[in-house]
Design a protein around this ligand. Sequence first.
Ligand code: 13P
Length: 284
Amino acid sequence: MLTDAPYLIKKAQKEGYALGAFNIYNLETALGVARAAVALGSPIVMQVSESTIDYAGLKPITHIVSTIAKNEAVSVPVALHLDHGKSFKSVAECIAAGFSSVHIDASLLPFDENVSLTREVVEYAHSKSIWVQGELGAIPGGHGDIGAKSEELPLVDPDQVEQFVKKTNVDSLAVAIGTAHGIFKNERIHFDLLAEVRKKTDIPLVLHGASGVPDNQIKKAIKMGINKINIGTAIKVAFSNAIKEAAKKNPNITDVRELLTPGIEAVQKVVERKLKLFGSVGKK
Ligand code: 13P
């Protein structure tokens, strides 16, 4: 069922697990994510980025998620979230389309400009009862890179956290603590930094770029107060590898359903693994 994000993330924060937030790109990846959540009785966030909206169209992708949430996934709570909204316009369009929460990512702007755009979005979103995630310390990547090595992963300045939350009134916060979008060789959560940030605010904290982070670090991060974890690249990799394999096995394949079904199954499998890791099984 389609649910408000605040309820889900507050429950995760109270009960000490992380809400899994999975990027979906099309019908098939959405089905894989939904089936995993249903199989394990887990609440989930299905999130879409602006590039997915450009690819699929805002209305089609909104309807795919909300229809799946109301039917196939009616037994579990599903929130629909905008991932890395870059402008007020983009956020406003997603809210109008029926998203349950939004992320305004102005983290590449100077601090004061980040504050002012985030505050503008928060004021508007709160007037429509929509939750907002802000971002501090720009988390790099975004194209599902694997195996690459980003020389210097940016980190949040913990001294900015308290002021940012106070000035923007944001509901949750993504912080750069050593991860990148994609699967990079040098990803490592800076736990000292996470501890410092956690002390500065009690709003839910979000970990981006989690596909490349080892399981033991994810578990520790949850214990230290990460409440929502974003997974994108692991879904892209599982889906594309499975359909490449299907095409290799049968190069004459023409039935697109036959070609794409292994992709749905592979996504379900990877998402089930993550939900178990995040501790959200049975928390519906
Ligand atoms: P990964 O691609 O590393 O899983 O990160 C996804 C993400 O953080 C989306 O915002």
